[in-house]
Design a protein around this ligand. Structure first.
Ligand SMILES: [Zn+2]
Length: 109
């Protein structure tokens, strides 16, 4: 019986959404929690208001953390080549701006 497990605490909702999309694109179902808690500052400690990524199946947690660690280690000014058309894309792009094919294969573990 799979259980949900937290794999990431994001500094911003944008970061959380990017991480969630990345995991989802690699076949790891996940949810963002605490999204709405950002409006409750003053009632809860700030750290508890940061969005969290939870995977639906804890057996995928280790893989999810590895993917997110790789993604976090990339600098925004690095580049990757599209495997489909060869166009250069920023390293954090998940799909090619030129042809739209997925670039997420580089995150596969
Ligand atoms: Zn392309």
């Amino acid at each position: 019986m799979p259980a949900m497990k937290r794999v990431h605490i994001a500094p911003t909702l944008i970061d959380a959404q990017l991480a969630a999309d990345l995991l989802g694109s690699l076949g790891i179902p996940n949810h963002i929690f605490n999204v709405n808690a950002a409006g409750a500052l003053g009632e809860v400690p700030f750290v508890n208001a940061q969005p969290e990524i939870w995977v639906d199946d804890d057996s995928q947690a280790a893989r999810a953390r590895e993917i997110l660690a790789r993604h976090a280690s990339m600098r925004a000014d690095e580049e990757q080549s599209c495997p489909h058309c060869g166009e250069t894309n920023p390293a954090h792009f998940l799909s090619c701006w030129h042809c739209g094919n997925a670039l997420a294969g580089r995150f596969s573990v």
